[in-house]
Design a protein. Structure first.
Length: 615
């Protein structure tokens, strides 16, 4: 199966067909229906879509709308009566200065959050009811958290409630929200992480704003947190900062709730990005992850950085904490090269049901200098999770490349992806399209890439004293198996497995299975140690009861073997007493011995118990 998936780029009213062929490096795709097609249409979306299971999607643009101060838009997929996508503005933010000082927010720039009863939660960077002179611009509000309520009846408009208007003391310009199981909302501003909780005063709902942490008060804090927070099952919050940290390359932080209200939340910086070729730098998107495995599991976190890595164009990383309270370490899953794999990923990741991670890179892929894509127009990628039945293995692949071709295709995909209940992935580009201000696109055949089952190798991998006959099998029919015996990774150029073979020395067998149209399996491996075993030592004195002390000699039939023994009944090893001559058994004791020789496995244990009565 071709890894480049089919892109359907859609966003507004009608489909515009391209003339001329697409570049050879791009997959076949339907040209974009674009943002910016009418006077008040917004463009250049910066926040990911909220995709509902039925495919209806909601998003924001920082401009556009009736007052050109930002909008919330709704995208409705084609149906039996309308073959095109419908793009409608369902709310236009007002400019407080030109609309009677309404106190409305404006400049939405963050992903919407599904609220109760079909409502939507969101934020605006500016506006609100605050007259704080420290807001930007002064006296025009520091931003809002709002709830957009759906129409009561068909034909009615959406309505909006401002849940909270920020002031500079609590942070300016709120960003994306998350909701906990109790309905509390959490988000970030340029300098804070905050909580909004609902209570009732005189029978009316009131939202209470609480700053959980203000950045700049701790060493290495940097300028503040990124948009996008992650909360685990314990209520702990994880986030990133694009700068600051020990190396000033960004870091990951946690906020842990306390059981005591007076204590507040505990803030900690848990990982510092170092940059350079061996680590990422400048994380921009949020994190995904969860609890690890084991008896005392730690945490694993996935994300992207815009810089650092082998080529300096960003990384896809996994931070792992094997056990709680231990340090995190960074496993770079992929260093972006700026080629077909993309470069400079700016958004967070999306996790599919099979545990794979999907993302976008703003550069790389098809180069089109005519449309300002001299560094590539961007790609969609997948870090696919596969299992070899003992642990998970991840494999990176490019799913689609944007062309920026003739202004019709999108470019600069810079938001995370969403999915509907049919498995179709949705995303946005910041530029490109017919009007040059972005597109909404679909990965229409985003069903899982099928991977051949991992082969099994028998007998079990362990040490043997004789040569072994190796059999490799696969649970799928029609596959071709390739293998190596020198520990190298097998490819389709390796030896093809056709019949069992013999391993007569210490070797590492590795194998893959392939099938046309499928991805190759994960690598199966088995290490066989073939060593002859030293014969068991022989004691001159049989187990029994004796009235007087006895002399005991030991011998072994393997030429050159050394004997090691204990007299307290413990298992002997090569660190035990070396036998050099006859020993006296003068008390009741149990003697155990092994024989050892370089190049051989140690012998089985010889044991004998003696009772000396002294009669």
């Amino acid at each position: 199966m071709d890894n480049l998936r089919h892109i359907l780029a859609v966003a507004a009213a009608s489909v515009l067909m391209l003339s001329g062929p697409l570049p050879a490096s791009a997959d076949s795709e339907t040209p974009a229906v674009s943002f910016g097609g009418n006077k008040h249409a917004g463009g250049s979306p910066q926040a990911a879509l909220l995709v509902l299971p039925n495919g209806i999607s909601y998003g924001v643009t920082a401009d556009g709308g009736q007052y050109e101060m930002g909008e919330v838009f709704e995208l409705i997929p084609p149906n039996s009566t309308d073959s095109s996508w419908r793009n409608a503005t369902i709310y236009s933010f007002a400019n407080p200065a030109s609309n009677g000082g309404t106190g409305d927010g404006y400049g939405p720039a963050s992903t919407l959050l599904a609220g109760p009863n079909g409502s939507l939660y969101g934020t605006t960077q500016y506006g609100g009811q605050s007259t704080d002179m420290n807001c930007i611009p002064p006296n025009k509000g520091c931003g809002t958290v709002f709830q957009l309520l759906p129409p009561v009846a068909a034909g009615d408009p959406w309505t909006k409630d401002i849940l909270y208007s920020l002031n500079s003391a609590g942070g300016v310009g709120p960003l994306s929200l998350l909701e906990d199981s109790s309905g509390n909302l959490y988000g970030t501003t340029g300098t804070t992480v905050f909580e909004l909780s609902e209570s009732t005063v005189d029978g009316e709902p009131v939202w209470n704003y609480k700053v959980l942490y203000t950045f700049g008060t701790t060493m290495y804090d940097g300028t503040g947190p990124n948009s996008g927070l992650l909360m685990d099952d314990t209520g702990a919050i994880y986030g990133t900062s694009a700068n600051g940290g020990l190396y000033n390359k960004g870091y990951v932080f946690t906020l842990t709730p306390s059981s005591s209200a007076s204590t507040g939340w505990a803030y900690a910086q848990v990982y510092y990005f170092q940059g350079g070729t061996t680590d990422g730098a400048t994380p921009n998107g949020g994190l995904l992850g969860g609890s690890g495995t084991g008896s005392s599991p730690g945490v694993f976190l996935w994300g992207t950085t815009q810089a650092g890595g082998t080529y300096g164009l960003g990384t896809l990383f996994q931070l792992e904490q094997e056990f709680l309270d231990e340090p995190y370490f960074d496993s770079i899953a992929h260093s972006f090269s700026g080629g077909s794999d993309g470069g400079v990923p700016k958004a967070g990741l999306f996790e599919s049901d099979d545990g794979s991670y999907w993302g976008t890179a703003s550069q790389g892929g098809v180069v089109n200098s005519a449309y300002d894509c001299s560094s590539g127009c961007g790609v969609v990628f997948e870090e696919q999770r596969k299992s070899d039945f003992t642990h998970f293995i991840y494999s990176f692949s490019t799913i689609a490349e944007f062309t920026g071709y003739d202004f019709a295709d999108g470019s600069d995909p810079n938001t995370a992806l969403g999915i509907d209940n049919s498995g179709t992935l949705y995303g946005l580009t910041n530029t490109g399209g017919t009007y040059g201000v972005g597109t909404m696109y679909l990965l229409a055949d985003a069903a899982p890439v099928y991977t051949v089952a991992t082969p099994s190798i028998s007998p079990a991998a362990k040490a043997y004293t004789t040569a072994q006959t190796i059999t490799i099998a696969d649970s799928m029919t029609g596959v071709t198996i390739y293998y190596t015996t020198d520990g190298s990774k097998p490819t389709t150029s390796s030896a093809e497995y056709k019949e069992p073979f013999t391993v007569s020395s210490t070797e590492t067998v590795k194998a893959i299975a392939t099938l046309p149209g499928w991805l190759p399996s994960a690598v199966a491996h088995a290490i066989y140690t073939i060593e002859p075993r030293v014969t068991k030592p022989v004691f001159s004195l049989k187990t029994g009861t004796y009235s007087t002390p006895q002399m005991l000699t030991m011998s072994d039939a393997t030429d050159g073997a050394s004997i090691y023994y204990t007299t307290d009944g413990s298992n002997p090893s090569t660190s035990s007493t070396l036998y050099t001559g006859a020993i006296t058994v003068g008390t009741t004791e149990t003697i155990e011995a092994i024989a050892a020789l370089t190049g051989y496995m140690n012998s089985a244990i010889q044991t004998a118990s003696y009772t000396i009565t002294g009669d």
